[in-house]
Write a protein that binds this ligand. Structure first.
Ligand code: GLA
Length: 366
């Protein structure tokens, strides 16, 4: 499927996301509840008269260029452009050609913050390469996920790419990662979600992510099922398996349940229950799934001691990045000041506080 030769400047956007609850459940085919953010990656495309593909990152002030004929055979380089090339190769495999373009990439999604800067780059790249050619959004989400797992080498689930494409204003998206069906979950009007960026990302993250994927597969095997989505807590507790693996499975089974309970509490406007589920989710991630770190645990403990904060938990892959906090609307300013002050005092770091307002999914900017 060829694109008409690019003649004009076009701009495509794809948002980052904050996951409210349901962590590491996506690759176990369970439930997640993310919201797409107003923070986004934008790619402006202009025609490339020399027939090459050029990708420019504004953040790094760096450009990479390739002859179009080489794009399908490039190998990963451990470079930011891998996300873009991985998507290009997926599109080529699906029968789309890659037009000769300059891609100018800029983003307000902080990197390494657990807010899905990678998925935002992948999805914006897919739309930029498609140049308006028709492809089902779910297909785009799937091929972006494959770009990250098969090309970049990070065996992620589908949450981030799905949310970047299907995010909706005014609501969270509850996604069933097995059926890939989703529903909008309304959020209470008298409270806000704030992300607090610890500004740290421990290098352990990627290898530990892979280990967790493997541990979950081991638990499923011990239970005789294909994914932990179908695991029951009783069998997890009764079946012989290494204790570490059992703890990972306990997190997944209880976290899936917490997503359902959190969605119900949100619909009912029950802030106390939502906050309680946040705190339980964090404890489970920290103790059973072992994906937190001292900076994040500090931010969670400090947050729940601030008046007006119902609950806090780490969000995203883990080992740094952001916490997400449920805060009464009237307490937002006081909370932001208090958490920044507490973290500055304890760690000497000024954390970024980000208002998480549900935004719509990716598209072209007219
Ligand atoms: C990363 C991955 C997602 C998901 C989260 C943890 O963001 O890309 O697929 O597994 O971690 O919930």
């Amino acid at each position: 499927m060829s694109a008409a030769p690019a003649e004009e400047t076009r701009t495509f956007r794809a948002p980052g996301r904050v996951n409210l609850i349901g962590e590491h459940t996506d690759y176990n085919l369970g439930f997640v509840l993310p919201i797409a953010l107003e923070l986004e990656t934008r790619i402006r495309t202009t025609p490339s008269p020399d027939g090459q593909l050029h990708i420019h990152s504004a953040a790094r002030d760096e450009t990479r260029s390739w002859p179009l004929a080489d794009v399908s055979s490039l190998r990963p380089q451990g470079h930011w452009s891998d996300y873009v090339i991985g998507v290009a190769q997926q599109l080529i495999q699906r029968g789309f050609d890659i037009p000769a373009l300059h891609l100018h990439v800029e983003s307000t999604v902080p990197e390494g913050a657990g807010l899905s800067s990678s998925a935002a780059l992948e999805v914006a790249s897919a739309l930029a390469f498609l140049q308006g050619r028709d492809l089902d959004r779910l297909e785009i989400a799937r091929l972006c996920q494959r770009a990250e797992s098969d090309f970049v080498g990070m065996p992620c689930g589908i949450m981030d790419q799905y949310c970047s494409l299907f995010g909706q204003e005014g609501a969270a998206t509850k996604l069933d990662c097995r059926s890939l069906e989703s529903e909008a979950v309304p959020l209470p009007e008298n409270a806000a979600f704030l992300a607090v960026n610890s500004m740290v990302k421990h290098s352990l993250g990627q290898s530990a992510y892979r280990t967790r994927v493997e541990e979950c597969a081991e638990a499923s095997k011990a239970l005789g099922i294909t994914s932990l989505r179908d695991a029951k807590l009783d069998s997890v507790l009764a079946t012989p398996m290494p204790e570490t693996v059992r703890k990972r499975a306990i997190h997944i089974v209880t976290e899936n349940r917490r997503v359902e309970e959190f969605a119900a509490a949100s619909r009912a406007g029950d802030l106390a229950s939502m906050g309680h589920l946040f705190r339980r989710s964090h404890r489970s991630m920290s103790q059973d799934y072992a994906i937190s770190c001292p900076e994040i645990d500090f931010l969670v403990d400090a947050a729940v001691a601030i008046p007006g904060c119902y609950g806090a938990r780490m969000t995203g892959g883990g080992f740094g990045g952001c916490t997400v906090n449920l805060v009464a609307s009237g307490a937002v300013k006081g909370f932001s000041e208090a958490i920044r002050e507490a973290y500055r005092k304890a760690r000497g770091i000024d954390p970024q506080v980000i208002a998480c307002v549900p935004a719509r999914g990716a598209g072209e900017i007219q």
